[in-house]
Write a protein that binds this ligand. Structure first.
Ligand SMILES: Nc1nc2c(c(=O)[nH]1)N[C@H]1C(S)=C(S)[C@@H](COP(=O)(O)OP(=O)(O)OC[C@H]3O[C@@H](n4cnc5c(N)ncnc54)[C@H](O)[C@@H]3O)O[C@H]1N2
Ligand code: MOO
Ligand SMILES: [Mg+2]
Length: 424
């Protein structure tokens, strides 16, 4: 009897994308908290809720350069009968009032300065005439000023104790502004997971090496470094793994003692040197999946080693890219505690007919435009798993469900927003 030596290598249990995602997320444990300077907090994720330690603004603030006064004093005034008020104080921004504004008086005040407690309105400079008489200053006003005019009340934006930012929120420009306003020079964030990256494959050249026939430069590692940073992890580029199973095992095991996540690229299919495919079948490793009903990246593999996740992504650049976006990005997001770790999903009109027939769900790189009030997604002209060049033009991944007749232009399709796209 002859035995098919390949049978084991070819046998794979296929899982759907949502099932594969759920298997992975079951291993996500939220990271520890650390304090980082606000200047380094961009794209970090808050480890705790932030509440307002005081109202904002915390004093009644003038919204204009002008004069603080009693609105009642302007009642009934007009062009023919202007009201005249004596100017008794000058309050630049950052200073406090130094005199009491009685009825019939006004205090000159600048935008952002504290309004005297007695005053209930500010008239802007342009609405006043100034006069001097016997060394005293006066203003004349020809229009009634309503109570509260040009004064921002205490707590107008936020009351004392309001929850301003919730745990799990990613920090961007607006969040930094809030944190600075409330004096958070150190910000509580979740520690970044440390992510090791190995490339595999004897064909790979370092990117500063001259080209050689039959060999290519290692682009996936640099692409992954960027994706990991965007997702909120800390990437570590480790020396490439050679096509040797024993060495690969040693290198991956060593990486798990130092890093939280290990990503490899290449060597997961059925080829002679596809060592990652073999490594994840060993008893010391718990295989989560090694085939997903998707294209590109059907060979995307995930395994658990000592409670930590190994993502063995395809070597084909398009598949490596998509594998990261669908599986590694949400896993990093879940470790960071973000509330929505998956790529945002919405619907758009398909711009061109998609002809390819497939049994698996396809995640097609697409560019997004806004036409006549509708979002339109155009599939990339080259979209094979091996194609690298259209990754740069993708705003979205267009989700094409299994079909034996393609999808016609004009149909509504689900799209997943890519963080590096022009629409984010
Ligand atoms: N007989 C079969 N062959 C293949 C199958 C199959 O089912 N049966 N699946 C195909 C599919 S689908 C994919 S996807 C690829 C997966 O390949 P691997 O993940 O094993 O990756 P490699 O064999 O190592 O390389 C594939 C391709 O990618 C290039 N590569 C690898 N690493 C990098 C890198 N770091 N930077 C840039 N490019 C890289 C490599 O040179 C190859 O061209 O398998 C199909 N084959
Ligand atoms: O795994 Mo391949 O990327 O399906 O084309
Ligand atoms: Mg291969």
């Amino acid at each position: 009897m002859t035995k098919n030596l390949n049978s084991d290598k070819f046998r794979r249990n296929i899982v759907s994308v949502p099932v594969a995602q759920a298997k992975i997320l079951a291993y996500a444990q939220q990271g520890e908290m650390e304090l980082v300077p606000i200047s380094e907090a961009n794209n970090r994720v808050l480890a705790s809720d932030i509440t307002a330690p005081h109202p904002f603004p915390h004093f009644r603030r003038s919204g204009m350069d002008g004069y603080a006064l009693h609105s009642l004093d302007t009642r009934g005034c007009n062009n023919e009968q202007p009201v005249q008020l004596e100017v008794i104080d000058d309050i630049p921004c950052g200073s406090l009032p130094s005199a009491k504004v009685e009825r019939g008086m006004a205090s000159r005040i600048m935008t952002g300065a504290k309004v005297p407690d007695e005053a209930d309105a500010v008239v802007m400079l342009e609405m006043t005439e100034t006069l001097e008489h016997e060394g005293k200053k006066y203003i004349r006003i020809k229009r009634e000023i309503e109570s509260g005019k040009n004064i921002t009340p205490v707590g107008f934006e936020l009351a004392d104790g309001d929850r301003i930012l919730e745990k799990g929120r990613r920090i961007g420009t607006g969040e930094i502004s809030v944190l600075a306003t409330f004096g958070y020079h150190l910000v509580p964030v979740v520690e970044k997971p440390r992510v090791a990256i190995f490339s595999t494959g004897s064909e790979l050249l370092q990117i500063d090496e001259p080209l050689q026939d039959g060999r290519i430069r290692n682009s996936n590692t640099y692409m992954l470094v960027n994706q990991i940073r965007e997702a909120g992890g800390e990437p570590y580029m480790l020396e490439a793994i050679e096509d040797d199973l024993d060495k690969a095992r040693q290198r991956v095991e060593a990486a798990f003692t130092e890093y939280d996540i290990v990503i490899t690229t290449g060597g997961v299919s059925v080829g002679d040197y596809d060592i990652m495919a073999e490594l994840v079948r060993e008893p010391s490793t718990e295989l989560l999946f090694n085939k997903v009903s998707m294209r590109p990246g059907s060979v995307t593999t995930a395994a658990v080693k000592e409670g930590k996740l190994l993502f063995a992504l395809s070597g084909n650049p398009g598949a490596c890219f998509v594998g990261f976006e669908l599986f590694v990005r949400p896993f990093i997001g879940a470790i960071l505690g973000v509330s929505k770790p998956f790529l945002p999903e919405f619907q758009a009109v398909l711009g061109n007919t998609y002809h390819k027939i497939n049994n698996f769900t396809r995640f097609v790189r697409g560019s997004l435009t806004f036409e006549g009030g509708r979002l339109v997604a155009y599939p990339a002209p080259l979209d094979e798993s091996s194609v690298m060049v259209t990754i740069k033009d993708s705003d979205v991944l267009i989700v094409i469900p299994p079909t034996n007749e393609g999808v016609a232009a004009g149909k509504l399709v689900d799209v997943l927003m890519l963080p590096g796209g022009r629409f984010t």
